[in-house]
Ligand binder design. Sequence first.
Ligand code: FES
Length: 258
Amino acid sequence: MTFEPRIVGFLCNWCSYAGADLAGVSRIQYPTNIRIIRLMCSGRVDPVIVLETFVNGADGVLVMGCHPGDCHYIVGNLYAELKFRMVKKLIALTGLEHERVRLEWVSASEGARFADIVRDFTNQIKALGPSPLAGETPEPNLLQNVLAAQMAAESFRLRVLVGREKSLVDEENIYGEKLSQEKFDEVMNDAVAAEYLRSKIYLMAKKEPVSIKELSKRLGLPSQKALQHIVAMRRRGMVTVDRIEGTTPLYAALEMGR
Ligand code: FES
């Protein structure tokens, strides 16, 4: 049986959805693998939703918005791009192929371009094969990783960084200093990696209390690094000491308000 990917398309109402509509009324053929969800703006596509779509078994996610400068909410598509870059970084850490997500700009008059993109993306996903998270038995380790990425995408730290990227890089602070894009990317990469690891630790500690030694073994981290994450997580109220076995503290996850 040939593999028919299930692709979820998040399309902004004003340009891309109208472009898809034009493809339809113009009778331009494109693969039926895409299930379209209409949003008011591509800037509303939360990274958490993209990751959740994979957890729910999608083989690919296609986000489409207005061309730069054409967003009906002025900068929505700019934020869509910043969020998209963050979600790509997270997906790359999980082990899921980052080619399973794509961001494209399609205007209301580009019905043919819409069809071309859907065709090309469908072929790309066909070449990758089914998502390991799709079907009855999703790959358990990958599933844990994507759930950790989803939790990281929800974190206050990553949300603030994405929201402030433009002002930090484009505008001077009160001392007349600006952050270079390279420096910002460095900060962002560190934050993404740290939040992802902390989310993984949280999910492990939620299943059963864990020691630093066990964490460092399971995550392939030096014990010192695992301890640093636990200290930061205790400060945030994510974990607590469950009990001491011999001289070894075991850490358990705390319920966190969302
Ligand atoms: Fe289309 Fe914002 S309205 S991307």
